[in-house]
Ligand binder design. Sequence first.
Ligand code: GRF
Length: 202
Amino acid sequence: MHSLGILLSGRGSNFVAIADSIDAGRIRDARIAVVISNKADAPGITIARQRGLNAVVIPSKGQAREEHDCEVVGALKNNAVDLVCLAGYMRLLSPWFVRQFPRRILNIHPSLLPAFPGLEAQEQAFAYGVKISGCTVHFVDEELDHGPIILQKMVQVLDSDDEHTLAARILEQEHIAYTEAINIVLDGGFQVDGRRLKKTWK
Ligand code: GRF
């Protein structure tokens, strides 16, 4: 049984999608061991409590990154977490944090990386005038929105879109993509060659 640790800072819809996938058996042999928020008022942490999950707030405000990361890693290890899923976690992880879980930290980003890293990726893509955007699930490394890509989903930008309708359609795909990516990583049927993740199953 795999133990997932979810890190979030806000709304938590990707966390809910992962929890729903576990409950529905779309992600098998896994449980959410802990949900951690750096913000006490994150709606996602309230939902985690309502779902009866182990929900922990570790405030980041006023704390040095290393100290905060140390507490978060401590909570993940105390709960025997073997896969960390960033789900709207608005903090850059320190290199030390990344080294604690080699190839075991995933992030989801609402653009087709390497286009539009950073904040408000959907708005950036919309303003740029791209015709295709989407989302990316990738391994986390020391750089922002940067590690090897596990999978991407494409979303067409329609003439009738504004940044909100585009973001909403990307979010639908995010919820599907995260479950697929977790299954790929937990199944282990892949190798990472440089930046390229390749399936090793037929
Ligand atoms: C998502 O768009 C995700 O791609 C980005 O932050 C947002 C989090 O949304 N990293 P939610 O909290 O999962 O609803």
